[in-house]
Design a protein around this ligand. Structure first.
Ligand code: CP
Ligand code: NVA
Length: 314
């Protein structure tokens, strides 16, 4: 049983829309302060440590959590699963119990989603999902922040997802139910969204549809999202994925079918020339680098919430 009053951040479906909006509001407030220079008196996480476990590579998540924690006054500890006894078979329970004696929060990136949920179940400190094979909730918090900075409230908008039905899409579907926007997904049949996620969306009353038609999905969309075709853990399928996903490349011809004011988002890293062309990545509709920057700000909101200092910016 998960312990009471510990604020884990595992999946967006675990939250109400109001809770997610509150975390985003905190992130926006912290970002606004940072843009004016970080005030020395707002370092609410002084004396606290975030342990970061990376079982898989990372550029954005690693830098943004490290800096985010430091900017809030805290410390970070960088770990990899392979270097820990976890990599030699120490149980998740024992690891969670030991780490809870040392640190104030744990962030994990690993393909094994169950390992993250078990860590949350067994830890006495907050656990944050920094990407699993199933989901990437921190990314989508930054993405919603980015969309809204550029185009205003996302509620009621049509979002298109084109390409592989990746972990990022799972979190986007969770967000659609909570923030009340629609998603039109286009993937090849082989790489369609997981049935259980689509069933969850339906049960939640979310407007999430799937087809194999990229043009139809993008038609009139207010934002176009994609992700790499070969996610971490899919490397053995590289050739098949590159072949089957080719018709789902986001290029100028596809973007032209979206709303003229549509923005293009990508969690990055991008594989230019595969899922997206240079002309879109570097074009006027692309907000991908603002999106990357917002990982820092969104995660500061998440850290503040997890560690109960989310009222410090009121
Ligand atoms: N988008 C994202 O999570 O990037 P990294 O893999 O570089 O952390
Ligand atoms: N879907 C990608 C996201 C990388 C941030 C992966 O899992 O590799």
């Amino acid at each position: 049983m998960a312990k009471q009053n510990i604020r884990h951040f595992i999946d967006l479906c675990d939250f109400s829309g109001e809770e997610l909006r509150h975390i985003l509001n905190v992130a926006v407030a912290i970002k606004a302060k940072r843009k004016r220079g970080i005030p020395a008196d707002i370092r609410p996480l002084a004396g606290q440590t975030l342990a970061m476990i990376f079982d898989k590579p990372s550029t954005r998540t690693r830098i943004s959590f490290d800096l985010g924690m430091r900017e809030l006054g805290g410390e970070t500890l960088m770990l990899t699963g392979a270097e820990m006894q976890l990599g030699r078979g120490e149980s998740t329970y024992d690891t969670a119990q030991v780490m809870s004696r040392f640190v104030d929060a744990i962030m994990i990136r690993t393909l094994d989603h169950q390992m993250v949920t078990e860590m949350a179940e067994f830890a006495d400190v907050p656990v944050i999902n920094a990407l699993t094979k199933l989901s990437h909730p921190c990314q989508i918090m930054a993405d919603i922040m980015t969309y809204e900075e550029h185009r205003g409230p996302i509620t009621g908008k049509k979002i298109a997802w084109v390409g592989d039905a990746s972990n990022v899409l799972t979190s986007l579907i969770h967000a659609a139910a909570r923030f009340k926007f629609s998603i039109a997904i286009a993937t090849p049949p082989t790489f369609a969204p997981r049935a259980e996620i689509m069933e969850w969306a339906k049960a939640e009353g979310a407007d999430v549809t799937w087809s194999t038609d990229a043009s139809a999905a993008v038609s009139g969309a207010h934002a176009v999202f994609t992700d790499c075709w070969v996610s971490m853990g899919d490397e053995e399928e590289t050739y098949r994925r590159q072949r089957l996903l080719q018709p789902y490349q986001v290029n100028n011809a596809l973007m032209a079918k979206a709303d003229p004011k549509a923005v293009f988002l990508h969690c990055l890293p991008a594989h230019r020339g595969e899922e997206v062309t240079d002309e879109v990545m570097d074009g006027p509709q692309s907000v991908v680098f603002d999106e990357a920057e917002n990982r820092l700000h969104a995660q500061k909101g998440i850290l503040a919430w997890c560690l109960h200092v989310d009222t410090a910016w009121k």
